[in-house]
Design a protein around this ligand. Structure first.
Ligand code: AMP
Length: 283
């Protein structure tokens, strides 16, 4: 929408809430609500994320939000949720986002229990493609987990929520992300780089195929311990092919420099055999 507008007639003023008809709520995040909305002039459907400035002040997230918006605006890839623009009024900040009609991948996964090898491979390939694009632009996402993965109307995966991502060439030291998806170097609070995303791909691939992440445990301490030891086991059900297990084993490697590269993931026999090159999946 924003792009089409840019091409035909440059916007002389910014967006405002009067440009949108607000529809049903789509969900609720840590800092705001998301609604489906229609831009009045073009009738283009978008998702409008509303964040109250009071919340931004309370949690001191000015920088994080600004970073999320700057990064997401600069990225344009079929597997990354577009941020078309943003505006604000006295009380709220509004993000104009691409609408992901299929909702959260997490919900699909919980509903089905686990995914078929074709679906799992298609999502892993989509993620590898999107991450390769991000890495080229020096962006590490660091918070890739099923809740941050949305699906469009064709079942195409979209990475959302760049709140935790960083744009940097140097190795990072800050601790962040969600427990089960953390790479050993993050758990141990060591310097980390792009290879953390490759680890996360291994975790997600496992979770897609088995329905739960590999290092799940009763307590946080036990999860940490299992991650650091790379205590990886494959249950006998559901049945999963040896090629899929091979890919997971080659991603969940403690030495980050020995993890399979994103390019090698895309060339892996399991991906070649199972992934839909169009990136779409029937729901
Ligand atoms: P968030 O504040 O980004 O965590 O979003 C809260 C919830 O709103 C998500 O978990 C999704 O279910 C939904 N949601 C967020 N963005 C979109 C979008 N662009 N399209 C469809 N649903 C969305």
């Amino acid at each position: 929408m924003a792009e089409d507008n840019k091409k035909s007639e440059p916007r002389r003023r910014g967006w405002s809430i009067a440009d949108f008809e607000i529809g049903k709520p789509l969900g609720r995040g840590k800092f705001g609500r998301v609604y489906v909305a229609r831009e009045v002039k073009s009738k283009y459907i978008v998702a409008l994320k509303v964040i109250f400035k009071e919340q931004i002040d309370k949690y001191n997230i000015h920088h994080q939000l600004k970073r999320e918006m700057d990064i997401q605006t600069s990225l344009s890839h079929p597997n990354i949720l577009r941020l078309y623009g943003w505006f604000h009024d006295d009380q709220r900040v509004f993000m104009i986002l691409e609408y992901a009609h299929g909702g959260e991948l997490f919900k699909e996964l919980r509903k089905c229990g686990y995914l078929s090898e074709q679906k799992a491979a298609t999502y892993v390939a989509s993620l590898a493609n999107a991450l390769a694009y991000c890495h080229e632009k020096d962006v590490i996402h660091r918070d890739i987990k099923p809740e941050n993965l949305l699906l469009d109307h064709e079942g195409r995966l979209k990475i959302a929520d760049f709140g935790w991502s960083v744009q940097s060439r140097s190795k990072r030291h800050t601790m962040c992300g969600t427990l089960d998806y953390l790479a050993p170097e993050m758990v141990e609070n060591k310097a980390h780089d792009y290879a953390v995303d490759n680890w996360t791909l291994g975790i997600l691939c496992y979770e897609f195929l088995y329905g739960a992440p590999p290092f799940e445990a009763e307590s946080q301490r036990d999860t940490f311990r299992r991650i650091v030891k790379v205590d990886l086991t494959f249950p006998s059900t559901p049945p999963v092919s040896a090629e899929a297990k091979n890919l997971i084993t080659r991603l969940l490697v403690k030495d980050s420099s020995k993890r399979l590269s994103l390019q090698k993931i895309l060339e892996h026999p399991w991906i070649i055999k199972n992934a839909n090159p169009m990136g779409t999946c029937d729901n």
